[in-house]
Design a protein around this ligand. Structure first.
Ligand code: ARG
Length: 599
């Protein structure tokens, strides 16, 4: 299944070769001037230079060789030697038919499927999930679906943050509430019962209070640090507290993910690699990579690069960059980088992955550089098999990362409810769903709300930060999730009516400008997928969905479907609408959007 640009490229490459020129110069792309012709080839300029001929003469010779090739309607030479290529309606129709007949709607699978892990979401247990995790979840989910759709074997892993200092905070807090525990023994029965009685609501106040105390009270902070180490060194009592809080919090986070339409194959956390850490530390030591540094154990990862660093006393030094990876803290505990490194060891063993993608906030770029280099130095994974897919922040109107009015991080569950409420308002304002049952109305509001949030995020290149503006996200006009859902529902409804009227589809024929434009939009799917895949950037898919919806809109306005009198034309248009729906639904699914049946 090749798209039109590839079909044309093969003809142009042959023509260039026949002229004794580099066939690679025959590359054809979508035209920058679609008003002149839909496709163009700019190879004559470079070919002229290489062959010492005027580019226009080269272009003319190539154009002459293209005369009479089926599918090419005309080749015109513009400016210094641009080749503007127009297609016959037969070729356009054949392409539309191929997309219509293909279960993958015109998308080619990758030539070599790989084993890929996508590490995304990454919420921290006990802490509420915040909007920073929103982007990781939305972008990661889309990347996972995209890689899977293109044929790779993919595992999505939530990689819960469940082995760090926040767990020590909860243990220290627990002792203050319910009495000291024996770190070497099990939890006493009464403490066990108290722990079982803690609810999620309790946890939502316990954690922020403990975090605040750790800031204000050095003794408490110290106890929390020690508790973290005790937990990690296998204290049964600490484990019991940890397990209870973790389970409570993970259950709530699973619900948040579910509401967001985000699902993982592996619901693993940092703690899962705990058993691997002693062996890994031993291995690093044996390899001579572990270095003592102020009581801690680190791995040096800088290849001689340095960065200016200001010390506490104000002097500026050239410090190694990236800084060494902290493997064992001076307290003896495993750190964020330790669990990440051990997770690479585990993933290599369990999945022998070819590529591991970490969809995490751009602000963690240095952390990943440290971890990836350490993994490569230690021989746990190839450097190029590890990739950090960073992203910018979702900002408030002040241009800073989005906060609640009280200045705190907004919880994901609250954000989702906010979006749902705005969707309800919008639907009511447009009198959509006034005849729906309350359940159906809620279901549509949910889908519209989530689509608004997700699409607004995915429509920008992931590296770009954007401003949270629910009114704009929720609009039914312009580049928004609700607009796309609306378009897809509209096509569904047309097709439903066609079916009710007993109207059939038939072979696709192209005669109208809007039929051509729609087919060209359908034809762009594969290239959009390839760009999104290669750059790990779902905005190419968002862009495609929008272009396709717009092309359909123009088609629908100018090319009557159901009212069309000519039976063959009508059947062709129904087939085009079907192909569009299939491809739009696929694209929306890759973005993680779900369209309702009607709205
Ligand atoms: N829990 C981390 C955080 O909230 C994100 C985890 C990202 N994944 C990873 N393998 N480090 O910042």
């Amino acid at each position: 299944m090749t798209d039109l640009a590839h079909t044309l490229t093969s003809h142009l490459a042959a023509a260039f070769a026949a002229e004794g020129l580099d066939p690679a110069l025959g590359a054809v792309k979508r035209s920058d001037r679609p008003d002149l012709a839909p496709f163009q080839c700019n190879g004559a300029m470079a070919a002229g230079k290489a062959a010492g001929k005027p580019p226009r003469a080269v272009a003319e010779a190539v154009a002459a060789r293209l005369a009479g090739i089926a599918g090419i309607a005309s080749v015109e030479i513009a400016g210094p030697g641009f080749l503007n290529i127009a297609l016959t309606d037969d070729l356009v129709a054949a392409r539309a038919q191929a997309v219509a007949d293909d279960a993958r709607a015109g998308a080619a699978p990758v030539a070599h499927a790989r084993k890929i892990i996508v590490d995304y979401g990454g919420p921290n247990v006990a802490k509420p999930m915040h909007v920073g995790h929103l982007r990781a979840s939305i972008i990661g989910e889309s990347i996972k679906r995209l890689f899977r759709f293109r044929g790779d074997q993919v595992w999505g892993d939530a990689h819960f943050g469940d082995w760090g200092f926040q767990m020590g905070l909860l243990i220290a807090d627990f002792e203050d509430r319910f009495g000291a525990i024996d770190p070497d023994g099990a939890l006493p029965a009464d403490a066990d019962a108290r722990l079982a009685a803690v609810t999620l609501d309790d946890l939502q106040t316990i954690y922020p209070e403990a975090a605040q105390r750790a800031k204000d009270d050095e003794t408490f902070r110290d106890r929390a640090r020690k508790a973290t180490t005790r937990l990690q060194s296998g204290s049964v009592a600490c484990r019991a507290i940890w397990a209870r809080y973790r389970a409570l919090s993970m259950a709530a986070q699973k619900e948040d993910f579910h509401a967001l339409g985000v699902d993982f194959d592996l619901w693993k956390g940092e703690a899962d690699v705990d058993p691997l850490i002693p062996g890994m530390v031993e291995d690093l030591r044996k390899q001579g990579l572990l270095v003592e540094d102020q009581g801690a154990l680190v791995v040096h990862v800088s290849g001689g690069e340095t960065k200016k660093k200001k010390l506490e006393d104000g002097t500026v030094i050239d410090a190694p960059f990236p800084p060494p990876l902290l493997v064992v803290s001076s307290e003896g505990s495993a750190m964020y980088g330790t669990t990440d490194l051990a997770t690479i060891v585990e993933r290599a063993k369990d999945f022998s992955f070819d590529l591991c993608l970490y969809v995490v906030d751009q602000r963690q770029a240095d952390h990943f550089e440290q971890v990836f280099r350490a993994a490569a130095i230690a021989g746990y994974a190839k450097r190029e098999a590890l990739e950090h897919i960073g992203f910018g922040t979702m900002n408030g109107p002040d241009g800073k990362p989005f906060k609640t009015r009280a200045g705190g991080v907004l919880r994901l569950a609250d954000l989702i409810e906010m979006a749902r409420e705005k969707a309800r308002e919008r639907l009511r304002a447009d009198e959509i769903g006034s005849d729906f049952s309350p359940e159906e109305f809620e279901n549509v509001a949910h889908k519209v709300g989530i689509a608004a949030l997700k699409f607004a995020d995915l429509a920008n290149f992931r590296g770009t930060s954007y401003v949270f503006d629910l009114d704009r996200f929720m609009s039914f006009e312009g580049k928004t999730g609700p607009y796309l859902l609306y378009q897809s529902v509209r096509i569904k409804s047309i097709l439903r009516k066609a079916e009710e009227a007993g109207l059939k589809t038939g072979p696709i024929q192209i005669a109208h400008a809007n039929e051509r434009t729609l087919t060209l939009a359908l034809d762009a799917f594969d290239a959009a997928l390839a760009s999104a895949y290669d750059k790990r950037a779902p905005h190419f898919l968002a862009e495609h969905a929008f272009n396709l919806a717009q092309a359909f809109s123009g088609f629908y306005t100018n090319c009557p479907i159901l009212p069309e009198k000519d039976e063959a034309v009508r059947a062709s248009r129904i087939a085009l609408a079907q192909a569009t729906l299939k491809q739009l639904a696929l694209t929306l699914d890759l973005l993680g959007l779900e369209a309702p049946e009607r709205m």
